[in-house]
Design a protein around this ligand. Structure first.
Ligand code: PMP
Length: 437
C-alpha cells in the first residue's frame, strides 16, 4: 500500500482539502489513458491529468529522453551560459507557433508564463517610448494562474480579495458566457461576438495611450469551459490593432492539440502578439512553461539602448535540461503521431458524445471544442458544487477520472484516446448522472 500513513505535512490550500484527507484517493502509477489508484483499481483519465497529459501517460520516448539527460547533464544555467537542449527545444516550439512568434522564453509553469508575458508587454511599451501605457486588461471569469500578475488580470474575484496590493490599473472585460442565448451550442456559440466591443468602452474610458495589453484565454478552461462566440477573438484582435494594444493569448490549456491545432491562435485564425504556454509542452512529465513572443516585440525590447534596461527577467530553471529534453521528445511525438490531426478527426464523434448528455438528469448545458467538453449541472439547492463533487467521487471509484469546477464537469482527455474510450467516458457519466441526487 503506497498511501502514506501521515497526510499531515502536505499542504495545498483548496476548499476540498479536508475531504481529501478524510477520503484520500491516491494515484500511484500511470500509463497511456489510465491511472492506477493506490488500491490497485484502474482509472480511465478523461482529464489528461490536469489538462496537460496530451500524449498519454508515461510515454517511453519522453521517459527515456528525461532518463538519458538526467544521467548526462542534470543542470546547466541558461544565464551567461547555455546548453544545446534549451536552444533545440526553443526552435522546435517556435516552429509550431503562428508566423512571427518565433522568440521563446522558457518558464517553469503557466503562472510564471503569464507574469512573464505581462512584464514583456509593459517593457515593450516603455521601450518604444510609450511609458504611459501601463494599464492591463483581463476578462471576467478568466484564470491566469496564482502569481500576483495572474490573479490581478484574472477574473476570479475571490482569488484577488485577500490582497490589498495587486497590479494597479487593471480592468476586466465582460465575460462571453451567455447561456440564455447559447445553451447547448455545438462548437462555437453563435451569439456574442459584439461583447469584444467592451474593449472599446475601456479604451474610451481610459484612453488608448494608457493601455499596454489585453490578455484572454481563447477558451477558458478552469473556470468552466467557456468557448468564444464566433468572431469574438477576431474582433478583439481588430480593436487591439486599431489602438496599438498588445494581445496576449493564454494558451496554457489550449495549446498542443487540445483544440485540434498546435494553438488556439491557429485554430481560430487569430494571431496574438504573445502566447503563454505550459502543461502540454512537456506532456507534464516535468514542469516547463514558455512564452512565445513576436519578433517585433522582442526586437523593440532588445534594441532599446544602453540606458534602456526595460526587462531583467529569467529563472534559474529557464530551459532546464530535463524539461528541454522532455519538450523535444513531446513535440516530436505530437508531430510523428499526428496527434493534433487526430484530435480534429475525433472532434465530431466527441461532440456527439458530449451532447448525448443533453436531457440527462441535472444537465443544463453541454459545450465542446476540439477534445474539450463541458457539462454544466444544475447546482443542488443550497449546496453549490456538491452535486458535481458527488459525480467526481463516484466516477473515480468506478474507474473514471473527471475534473469539476463549480458544478461544471470539465473533460480534456489525452489526445491518444480511441472511440471506445469516448463511449466509456460518456456511458459511465450518463449512468452516474442518473444515480446522483
Ligand atoms: N493559465 C491558464 C489558462 C491555466 O489554465 C492555468 C492552470 N490551469 C494557468 C495559467 C496556471 O498554470 P500553472 O498551474 O502551471 O501555474
Amino acid at each position: 500500500n503506497d498511501t502514506p500513513n501521515d497526510l499531515a505535512a502536505f499542504w495545498m490550500p483548496f476548499t476540498d482539502n479536508a475531504y481529501f484527507k478524510a477520503h484520500p484517493r491516491m494515484l500511484v502509477a500511470a500509463e497511456g489513458m489510465h491511472y492506477t489508484a493506490a488500491d490497485g483499481h484502474s482509472v480511465l483519465d478523461a482529464t489528461g491529468g490536469l489538462w496537460c497529459v496530451n500524449a498519454g501517460h508515461c510515454r517511453p520516448q519522453i521517459v527515456e529522453a528525461i532518463r538519458q539527460t538526467a544521467g548526462r547533464v542534470d543542470f546547466a544555467p541558461t544565464f551567461q551560459l547555455g546548453h544545446p537542449l534549451a536552444f533545440e527545444a526553443a526552435s522546435r516550439l517556435a516552429m509550431l507557433m503562428p508566423q512571427g512568434l518565433d522568440k521563446i522564453f522558457f518558464t517553469n509553469s503557466g503562472s510564471e508564463s503569464v507574469d512573464t508575458a505581462l512584464k514583456i508587454a509593459l517593457a515593450y511599451q516603455k521601450a518604444r517610448g510609450q511609458a504611459g501605457r501601463t494599464r492591463l486588461i483581463g476578462r471576467e471569469r478568466a484564470y491566469h494562474g496564482v502569481n500576483f500578475g495572474g490573479i490581478s488580470v484574472g477574473g476570479i474575484v475571490g482569488n484577488r480579495r485577500p490582497y490589498a496590493t495587486l497590479l494597479p490599473g487593471v480592468d476586466h472585460l465582460r465575460h462571453t458566457h451567455d447561456p440564455a442565448r447559447n445553451a447547448f451550442s455545438r462548437g462555437l456559440p453563435q451569439h456574442g461576438a459584439e461583447l469584444a466591443d467592451d474593449l472599446e468602452r475601456l479604451v474610451a474610458l481610459h484612453g488608448a495611450e494608457t493601455i499596454a495589453a489585453v490578455i484572454v484565454e481563447p477558451v477558458a478552461g478552469s473556470t468552466g469551459v467557456l468557448i468564444p462566440p464566433v468572431g469574438y477573438l477576431q474582433r478583439l484582435r481588430e480593436i487591439c490593432t486599431k489602438h496599438d494594444i498588445l494581445l496576449i493569448f493564454d494558451e496554457v490549456i489550449t495549446a498542443f492539440g487540445r483544440v485540434g491545432k498546435a494553438t488556439a491562435a491557429e485554430r481560430f485564425g487569430v494571431t496574438p502578439d504573445l502566447i503563454t504556454m505550459a502543461k502540454g509542452l512537456t506532456n507534464a512529465a516535468v514542469p516547463m512553461g514558455a512564452v512565445a513572443v513576436s519578433r517585433h516585440v522582442h526586437d523593440t525590447i532588445e534594441g532599446s539602448g544602453p540606458d534602456g534596461i526595460h526587462l531583467f527577467h529569467g529563472y534559474t530553471y529557464s530551459g532546464h535540461p530535463l524539461a528541454s529534453a522532455a519538450a523535444i521528445a513531446t513535440l516530436d511525438l505530437y508531430v510523428t503521431e499526428g496527434l493534433f490531426e487526430k484530435a480534429i478527426e475525433l472532434e465530431d464523434y466527441w461532440a456527439d458524445a458530449v451532447h448525448s448528455l443533453k436531457g440527462a438528469r441535472h444537465v443544463i448545458d453541454c459545450r465542446n471544442i476540439g477534445l474539450i467538453g463541458g457539462i454544466e449541472l444544475e447546482p443542488r439547492p443550497g449546496a453549490p458544487t456538491m452535486r458535481a463533487m458527488d459525480v467526481f467521487r463516484r466516477a473515480f471509484d468506478e474507474g473514471l477520472l473527471i475534473r469539476t469546477t463549480g458544478d461544471i464537469i470539465a473533460l480534456s482527455p489525452p489526445l491518444i484516446l480511441e472511440k471506445s474510450h469516448i463511449d466509456r467516458i460518456f456511458g459511465k457519466l450518463a449512468e452516474i448522472l442518473a444515480a446522483v441526487d
